[in-house]
Design a binder for this molecule. Structure first.
Ligand SMILES: [Zn+2]
Length: 495
């Protein structure tokens, strides 16, 4: 028997394979699903790949990044969940859409991402882990479907809820989903094997598992006001507001902090280097667990055939202080630990790429709006990152600004960062007081180039110019006292 010529065999095989393959997608770049994934309290430096972490904490995000654009120099504009999401949902600074602080409530007038997409016929659904991301803080606004856990939950709760919605509630047509989890938030209680996967088993210090296992323990260790006199300062500033820092004012507050510490023995603890290392390792375990949940989401979408036409935006709403500058947690320090966050964007047909240009979470809304072919509101502060996603050079923010839980503000550029505290931004005389304060005094902290007092004036000028552009309405609707009390029960400290 004569065997067929190998080339003829190859042709037959190719024809057979073509017959079996699904029909070619007529429009592989079409987007009918946009998913915004918020990884609460996630620092950029814990992510692998272009973000630089080498501990292997995030295999699922790293795999996702192979087909996404990793923005390695993205910053949040606030260091508190409610304020940061208020900014992401509106592309406005937090104090333009609510009053900074623990009772931040998203103002009812600013157009939101969900609201705009809804106008364009997109179904909108949010699956949040509660806490600040709830109705009480106005962050449910404009979502057609809003589902949150009754406590500070995990993506273990929200990912299945989102996939169930996809299966049973979604109607034909485009859809926008928001999925959120507190997995990397205190008290970093990730289940085994993640929780202690990165810790030193021989560790037996103050921050050990017994302390972490109780709410009081986590407050004791992570409540920045209890941990360190530096953290205590923020609390007292809030109580005594508004107060401009001068040496005498600062000394008085430090004295008060010391007195409080004396009155409450055992509540202000001192950490050794080993204690701080342990907390960081437990945080790493929480990041790894969160990554596993993110993997569940991506796999679930793929299994349902949603992934092929989905654009996915993944971001950290803010970072976390892990002992740097004597602080833990977030909300009181506007340094890179609490503001430098991961941002990854994947679009159908896109390819993996790292972008180191300075961008902002304010850019999320304009990007999604352009992907959905909708119209950007004129008040939006950010810019669409689409050119970066398409392999070109896109917009960037050479100078960025952010606001804190206690009214702090900051300005940063590639060379350095100036931090201002001690007066709330809505104070009538803010510009006069900050403008006249001693640049070498305790109202200011400088990082990088701004550590040099002689270069702080330019940063202050930029900050005040930005401050003057803020359109701050008067907010008739802060979050209710009950909502704030509920947050305190969840471990938030909102004096
Ligand atoms: Zn948060």
């Amino acid at each position: 028997m004569q065997l067929p010529h190998p080339r003829a065999l190859a042709l037959v095989l190719t024809a057979l394979l073509a017959a079996c393959a699904p029909p070619a997608d007529p429009d592989p770049t079409r987007i009918d699903t946009i998913i915004l994934v918020s990884l609460d309290t996630t620092r950029a430096d814990r992510i692998g790949g272009a973000f630089g972490n080498t501990r292997g904490l995030t295999p699922n995000l790293d795999a996702f990044a192979a087909g996404a654009v990793s923005f390695t120099n993205a910053w949040a504009v606030a260091n508190l969940t409610s304020m940061s999401h208020g900014a992401v949902f509106t592309s406005r600074y937090p104090s333009e859409v609510g009053r900074p602080g623990g009772d931040f409530h998203l103002d009812g007038r600013a157009p939101t991402l969900a609201g705009i997409l809804g106008v364009y016929g997109w179904q909108t659904a949010a699956f949040t882990s509660g806490g600040h991301l709830s109705r009480q803080f106005g962050l449910d606004r404009d979502f057609g479907w809003f589902q949150h856990t009754p406590f500070q939950g995990s993506m273990w709760h929200t990912v299945p809820a989102a996939l169930t919605w996809q299966d049973s509630t979604r109607k034909p047509g485009p859809a926008f989903l928001f999925v959120h989890g507190y997995d990397a938030h205190t008290p970093y209680m990730a289940p085994a094997p993640f929780g202690r996967a990165y810790t030193d088993r021989a560790y037996a210090g103050t921050a050990g598992p017994d302390a972490l296992a109780t709410r009081l323990g986590s407050e004791l260790i992570f409540g920045p006001h209890l941990f360190h006199a530096e953290g205590m300062l923020g609390f007292l500033v809030k109580r005594n507001r508004p107060r401009i820092w001068d040496a005498a004012a600062r000394a008085a507050v430090e004295e008060e902090a010391a007195a409080v510490a004396k009155r409450r023995p055992g509540e202000v603890v001192s950490f050794t280097d080993a204690d701080v290392a342990y907390v960081r390792e437990v945080y790493d375990g929480a990041i790894a667990y969160q990554d596993a949940m993110f993997g569940e989401l991506v796999e679930g979408l793929e299994r349902r055939g949603v992934l092929a036409h989905a654009a996915i935006v993944v971001f950290g709403d803010h970072g976390e202080s892990l002992g740097e500058h004597g602080r833990f947690g977030h909300g009181e320090w506007l340094g890179s630990e609490e503001l430098h966050v991961p941002l990854l964007v994947r679009i159908p047909g896109g390819s993996g790429r790292a972008v180191a240009a300075p961008v902002s979470l304010l850019d999320v809304l304009p990007t999604v709006i352009e992907l959905a072919d909708a119209t950007l509101p004129a008040q939006a502060r950010g810019q669409s990152l689409l050119p970066w996603l398409q392999g070109a050079t896109g917009p960037e923010h050479p100078t960025r600004f952010a606001e804190g839980n206690l009214g702090q503000q900051t300005v940063l550029d590639a060379a350095g960062q100036l931090l201002v505290e001690g007066i709330r931004p809505e104070s009538t005389w803010y510009s006069d007081i900050i403008g006249n304060a001693d640049l070498a005094g305790p109202a200011f902290r400088g990082e990088g180039a701004a550590a040099d007092v002689s270069s702080r004036a330019a940063y202050r000028t930029a900050l005040l110019a930005w401050h003057d552009t803020m359109d701050r309405p008067s907010f008739a609707e802060p979050a209710s006292k009950e909502a704030v009390e509920e947050m305190k029960k969840n471990g938030y400290f909102t004096p």
